[in-house]
Every structure is written in structure tokens, then in C-alpha cells.
Design a protein around this ligand. Structure first.
Ligand code: ATP
Ligand code: TZP
Ligand code: MG
Ligand code: MG
Length: 269
């Protein structure tokens, strides 16, 4: 039963407290660190090209996020990513805003080509643009999905030879052969910036402690979505400010039993 496995992985994250090295954007840095701590992982942010290779190799996962990219950071991401690859540390990539500008699209494609990525997570438009298909994107937010998201995830996973997670109202994760869809989450997540970025880092925490990376990614999506549902219920009718705080509490307090009761995941082939 997959929800049992997911609950066990949640417990394992807390037991192992994996170090997650984040090279992320200036908007979400604090929220990402607090979200990882709340879940039971150990965050570190490190950017200097003089140290990123050393940090990445001792981490359980490396998360690269181009939300506020610049040329120095991209240079450092390549150094960190190559070190992680050499030392068997999973590298996760969040192509924030791919498709919004040529620089973001080209940088995403370059990172995906140069590095051996364990996962890419983004909205449908970002993932489409990384594989050279045009879907509309407004700044860093997806417009309504304009095609079949499961087909897109499968195609992107095959083309990029990695696991691809596409999130939105429904989340989809695929390694190109096997695909899962996850029906957890809550619309209020779209009213707090950084909930996608934190999710990619949470996937890093699960990738750090699990051998089966597809199940690890699916576990992160289910746990995150269930935590959001529980938090939204607690602050119903209040607003995104209270939700942001309650969501950290929910990540901290989430149990295997919550996952069993509220997890909604479907195998799609
Ligand atoms: P975007 O910029 O398009 O908002 P993002 O990088 O912020 O993308 P999301 O797709 O918003 O990432 O995913 C973050 C979390 O929000 C995921 O857990 C996802 O399931 C959830 N989510 C997003 N939209 C909805 C929705 N309409 N209903 C329920 N959950 C949602
Ligand atoms: N601008 C550049 S990065 C960023 C914004 C608003 C944060 C995006 O975070 P998320 O998790 O993709 O909503
Ligand atoms: Mg969002
Ligand atoms: Mg995003």
C-alpha cells in the first residue's frame, strides 16, 4: 500500500534529518529554511563558488532554483551540481519562470543539459519551456494548463532522462515509464509566494533518504498537499498570512496516520 510507504518515508526524514543544500531565490530563502526545519530536515543556503562544491558533496540533496538568477549564481550552480553528481548526491532543479524570458529558458536548458538531474519540478508552462515547447507563462506563475499534463510529464521525463514533477491543481510525477497523479493540496497555496520553491526543497529532503526516487518524489507531493489541507482547514476564512504560519505548523505536526487518512494518490502507468 503506497500510503503506508509514504508514511514510513515521512518518519525516515525526521529520523535522518537530511542536510539539504539550497541555492534558491531571494524571495523564498527564509520560508524555505523554515519549511525544511518544520518538516524535520536540515537546511543550508550556500552560494559562493569557492565553497559550493564542498557543501554539495556533504549534503543529502542539492536544490537549484533560478527564481532570481544572475550569472554568478548560475556559474556557482554548475560547480555545485557537478560536485553533487560526482559524489552521488541527488540534484533537484526548479526552473522558476522558464518561458517568461529567453535568459530563464536558455539557462534552464543549459543546466538540464550539463547536470545529471534527479528531479525537475515546476508548473506545466515551465516544464514545457524547458523541453522547448511553448506554453504561456505570466512572470513566475502558470496560466491555466493548456494541454495534457500527464503526457507532458512523461515526454519531459523521457527527453531529459530525469524524474519530472508538474504541480498545480493536480500534481503529476513521472519517470517516463511510471506516472502518479496526486490530488492533495489547497488553492490557498497559490496565495503564498514560495510554496512551489519550498516543495522542490521538500522533495530534496525525501530524495536524500529514499532509494526509490520516484516514490520519494510522490511521497513529498502527498505529504506537502496533506499538510496544506490540514493547515487550510485550521485557518478557514482567515487568509494567506495565517495560512503561511499554520502550514509550517502542519509540516511539523504531520503524521503517518494523516498521510494514510487524507493522502490521495493514483498510479497512472
Ligand atoms: P505557480 O508559479 O504556477 O504557482 P509554483 O512553483 O508555485 O507554480 P505550484 O504549482 O503552485 O508551484 O505548487 C505548489 C503547491 O501548490 C503544490 O503542492 C500544488 O499541489 C499546490 N497547488 C497549486 N495550485 C493548486 C490548486 N489550485 N489547488 C490545490 N493545490 C494547488
Ligand atoms: N519572483 C521571482 S522568484 C519568486 C518570485 C515571486 C518566487 C516564486 O515562488 P513559487 O514557489 O514559484 O511561487
Ligand atoms: Mg504556486
Ligand atoms: Mg515556482
Amino acid at each position: 500500500m503506497i500510503l503506508e510507504t509514504i508514511g514510513q518515508l515521512l518518519i525516515k526524514v525526521r529520523e535522518e534529518n537530511p542536510l539539504v543544500h539550497n541555492m534558491t531565490n531571494v524571495v523564498v530563502t527564509n520560508f524555505t529554511a523554515n519549511g525544511l526545519l518544520a518538516l524535520g530536515a536540515s537546511p543550508v543556503m550556500a552560494y559562493a563558488k569557492q565553497e559550493v562544491a564542498d557543501m554539495a558533496k556533504i549534503a543529502g540533496a542539492l536544490v537549484l532554483n533560478i527564481g532570481t538568477l544572475n550569472e554568478h549564481e548560475i556559474e556557482a550552480m554548475l560547480i555545485a551540481g557537478k560536485s553533487a553528481n560526482q559524489h552521488g548526491v541527488p540534484v533537484l532543479f526548479d526552473p522558476v519562470g522558464a518561458g517568461a524570458t529567453a535568459y530563464r529558458t536558455e539557462t534552464s536548458q543549459h543546466l538540464a543539459q550539463e547536470l545529471d538531474l534527479a528531479f525537475i519540478r515546476g508548473n506545466a508552462a515551465e516544464i514545457a519551456n524547458v523541453i522547448g515547447e511553448r506554453w504561456e507563462i505570466k512572470g513566475v506563475d502558470a496560466k491555466e494548463a493548456g494541454g495534457d499534463v500527464e503526457d507532458l510529464a512523461r515526454a519531459a521525463a523521457k527527453k531529459l532522462r530525469t524524474i519530472v514533477a508538474i504541480t498545480g491543481k493536480v500534481d503529476v510525477i513521472s519517470d517516463g515509464e511510471m506516472t502518479y497523479s496526486i490530488h492533495n493540496g489547497h488553492p490557498i497555496l497559490t496565495k503564498v509566494t514560495g510554496t512551489g520553491c519550498l516543495l522542490t526543497s521538500v522533495m530534496g529532503a525525501f530524495a536524500a533518504i529514499a532509494n526509490d526516487k520516484l516514490i520519494a518524489g510522490a511521497a513529498a507531493l502527498v505529504c506537502y498537499g496533506v499538510a496544506a489541507q490540514l493547515a487550510a482547514e485550521k485557518v478557514a476564512g482567515v487568509g494567506p498570512g495565517s495560512f503561511q504560519i499554520e502550514f509550517l505548523n502542519a509540516l511539523h505536526n504531520l503524521t503517518a496516520d494523516d498521510v494514510r487518512r487524507f493522502g490521495d494518490i493514483e498510479k497512472r502507468e
